[in-house]
Design a protein around this ligand. Sequence first.
Ligand code: MTE
Ligand code: MO
Length: 319
Amino acid sequence: MKKQILTENDVTPEDVFLNRRKFLIGVGAVSGNMILPNTSIANPVIDRRKPLNAIKDTPNTLPLTPENKVIGYNNFYEFGVDKGSPAQYAKNFKTDPWKVEITGEVQTPLTLDLDDLYHRYPLQERIYRFRCVEAWAMVIPWIGFELKALLSDVNPTSNAKYVIFETLYDPEQMPGQKNYFFGGGIEYPYIEGLTIAEAMHPLTLLSVGLYGKTLSPQSGAPIRLVVPWKYGFKSIKSIVKIRLSATRPLTTWNKLAPQEYGFYANVNPNVPHPRWSQASERIIGRGGLFDNKRQPTLLFNGYDEVASLYNGLDLKVNY
Ligand SMILES: Nc1nc2c(c(=O)[nH]1)N[C@H]1C(S)=C(S)[C@@H](COP(=O)(O)O)O[C@H]1N2
Ligand SMILES: [Mo]
């Protein structure tokens, strides 16, 4: 009989496809002085984070994932493919000074600095469910502002149909960009994209903090995207460029493994990942009795208010 309940070991992480491919094409020797990450959850360093004030406008009905799990169990392949690697290798990641450039199909291009990120828009705390394509889930109190507010400021032209995001490219600081194997075979910089309608939805946040403080480097400091109805890989970290475009971008995971990672990437229990089911999800670290508990996956991660964005679109074809 087929196992109904999956354990972590049954769920193949996002990089396995790549590792297999790398062996086939014969690349990926680890250089001699490369230190390999340990596989355990690293002890996160949190002392670089500063307190942030934010308006709390969501009543909290969901039990939060413990903070140490949220900042100690991460996907940030620029700092290694292991879940404990980012906490370890992003420790000294320099996020100050920082600039984010907003260009492309806009009437008024804009460059934001760190001060703008924290003060230009009123910061809000939003408690969102967060779901990785690897079938694990967390509940996180993000702090940030609506992407919509920023987009209104740059006055998109009528040609703007997509919003494209780019992560910092700095191989000196990001060991995964220096070493193909360590970085999971991704061609950097990491790129993501949304339709303009998705980007303008009030649920879509640019986040600058979590749990009352600025983001830790492993969470994508100083600024990352949060799109709660989509798989985690859409939520690109450490953004330096936002470009509005008439055409759809080829995004990082979509380019690497198109049959596994679609452009839309909406959480959809009815579309299994080719190598595992998406029907249920493992809740990360609530501890005690609830540890490793599974729950059924909800369409759009439970955010039904976004359904109208996809009217007339076949969500099995457009996965
Ligand atoms: N630049 C960049 N952004 C990224 C990734 C990455 O490897 N590089 N991983 C993505 C994936 S697969 C997930 S699940 C989320 C994880 O976010 P978290 O570490 O805050 O949980 O970040 C996303 N953003
Ligand atoms: Mo992910």
